[in-house]
Write a protein that binds this ligand. Structure first.
Ligand SMILES: Nc1nc2c(ncn2[C@@H]2O[C@H](COP(=O)(O)OP(=O)(O)OP(=O)(O)O)[C@@H](O)[C@H]2O)c(=O)[nH]1
Ligand SMILES: [Mg+2]
Length: 488
């Protein structure tokens, strides 16, 4: 470890807080639920739908306490952390339900406390405190950096940028790095240019056409108030020597800033947020990767391995068992499943499960329960079978978002359409692995792609006993695994 003393202090602080939180949880159950996923994966919609459903007594047949009528009510309460922004639940619900628009993108951590009054199986009245923490998946992807030297990270980033589709996107940055002498004198302008080109490459990987997932350091894509600071002005160099680079050199400058990034950004996130979570849901937009093509799917698979690695790295970084991250259940959820006919939901689950199996083979997940579910936090479609020639296709009906184009038709965001997004294969290996050859947006035009998932407008509300609730798909299954056992 780079800072043994700092780590001891951090452990002591975490221990103090863990004791206080433990004391509070003795009488009534408390769960800190982390909700994460890469940007646009569906975090804000998921939390909004979850809170809306629970506070309005929505339909959750698979959530046992709800199905048996043991939940009396759920209500919002002031959150425990004064320094963390509150999740703007009311604002997001208003936009979703009255304007039928999706909420704005959010790029920082936020928190919300929900109290659920329920009756235990033995009949006692209890309250489950659910603290929901929404944080960008990009921050999670940063955790493995804690265990990596600057040199290791440089070598890995360069190797990654040489893979398949990345080479082309990374060309301008790679050409610049190749021209640099790591032992030349430190130079702010060089650091700025290298960091700028490196960030451009990461951003290009992220767009809809490529939909790449594995892109640390996370703050390069979401700098927040650290934008322009030295802790964000560094980039990999071609420098293999594991020792400390000579003082005053470019390599020494980059290495120092990389270490600052870990101290200023990664470590505080680990201690203040990650290490305190009890349960975790990781939202994955697997359909976006399928839309983009085989490279994006392979990239997503590596990102999942790196996510699993985070839970392991956490355990390794803090040596004593008491203060390790305490996450004991993780749900991986393929979101926006309403973009598929239900006949493909299980196939989507099978694809995600297969990716995770392969990822888990690389990173041990001992001691953590994992569940995989395909869900739609907010269901924006209905289903129908549409005849095309002799064939009957399983279609979905919804309102494509303004600007979406299909077969030359541009949608205005008000008219309904029946869509056939493509059938997912029965055997997941057809879209996974080095040999998969299905066609995506990254290599051809949208008409040639095997799958086409459109952005849709949020639905009209369902009526349930005179109350309006948001329709969903399998949100209750995720909830049963994440909190059901605490409401026995
Ligand atoms: N059809 C459908 N679309 C969804 C669903 N959830 C999210 N989306 C779409 O995905 C987009 C992103 O959802 P958000 O909840 O804002 O995602 P996020 O992870 O909070 O995104 P950032 O705040 O940008 O990190 C939305 O604008 C919708 O277009 C869903 O359940 N069904
Ligand atoms: Mg968000």
């Amino acid at each position: 470890m780079a800072h043994p003393f700092a780590d001891i202090l951090a452990e002591a602080r975490l221990a103090g807080r863990a004791l206080v939180e433990f004391g509070q949880g003795l009488f009534e159950p408390t769960i800190r639920l982390g909700v994460t996923g890469l940007s646009r994966s569906g975090k804000t919609v998921f939390i909004t739908a979850l809170v809306h459903g629970l506070t309005r007594g929505g339909r959750f047949p698979v959530l046992e306490a709800s199905a048996r009528g043991r939940i009396a009510r759920a209500r919002l309460a002031p959150q425990p952390d004064d320094a963390v922004p509150r999740f703007d639940y009311e604002g997001h619900v208003r936009v979703l339900t009255t304007e039928r628009r999706w909420p704005q993108s959010t790029d920082r951590i936020s928190e919300l406390r929900l109290l659920i009054d329920y009756q235990s199986q033995r009949g006692a009245s209890r309250t489950l405190t659910l603290d929901i923490v929404d944080y960008p998946g990009e921050w999670l992807n940063d955790l493995p950096l804690l265990a990596k030297s600057y040199q290791q990270w440089s070598a890995e980033s360069l190797a990654l940028s040489a893979q398949a589709q990345r080479t082309e996107i990374a060309a301008p940055w790679r050409a610049y790095v190749a021209s640099l002498d790591p032992l030349a004198g430190e130079d702010e302008q060089v650091a700025l240019k290298a960091a700028g080109l490196f960030t451009d490459y990461l951003k290009a990987c992220r767009n809809e056409r490529y939909a790449m997932s594995l892109l640390p350091p996370g703050r390069f894509l979401m700098p927040g108030d650290l934008a322009g600071s030295p802790a964000l002005t560094f980039a990999p160099l071609i420098y293999q020597d594991e020792g400390v680079p000579p003082a005053g050199s470019l390599a020494a400058m980059m290495r120092r800033r990389y270490e600052s990034y870990k101290d200023v950004v990664v470590r505080p996130f680990f201690e203040d947020h990650f290490a305190r979570l009890d349960r975790q849901i990781i939202l994955v937009d697997a359909l976006a990767a399928l839309n983009a093509g085989p490279d994006a799917v392979r990239d997503l698979e590596s990102a999942l391995a790196s996510v699993l690695e985070c839970f392991r790295v956490g355990r390794k970084t803090f040596a004593s068992t008491l203060f390790r991250p305490r996450v004991d259940r993780i749900v991986f959820a393929a979101t926006k499943a309403d973009q598929l006919h239900h006949s493909s939901h299980e196939r989507l689950e099978a694809i995600l499960a297969r990716m995770l199996e392969r990822a888990a083979a690389r990173a041990s997940t001992a001691g953590v329960g994992i569940d995989v579910v395909a869900l739609a936090a907010v269901r924006a479609t209905r289903e129908a079978r549409v005849r095309r020639g002799r064939e009957e296709l399983p279609c979905i009906i919804g309102v494509p978002a303004a600007g979406e184009v299909v077969g030359g038709e541009v949608f205005d965001g008000t008219s309904e359409a029946a869509m056939f997004p493509g059938d997912l294969p029965e055997d997941p290996s057809a879209v996974l692995g080095a040999a998969s050859t299905f066609r995506g947006l990254a290599t051809g035009s949208p008409q040639d792609a095997d799958f086409r998932f459109l952005r849709l407008r949020p639905p009209k509300l369902d009526q349930l006993d005179g109350r309006a609730v948001l329709p969903h798909i399998r949100l209750d299954r995720a909830l049963q695994f994440l909190i059901g056992d605490q409401m026995r």
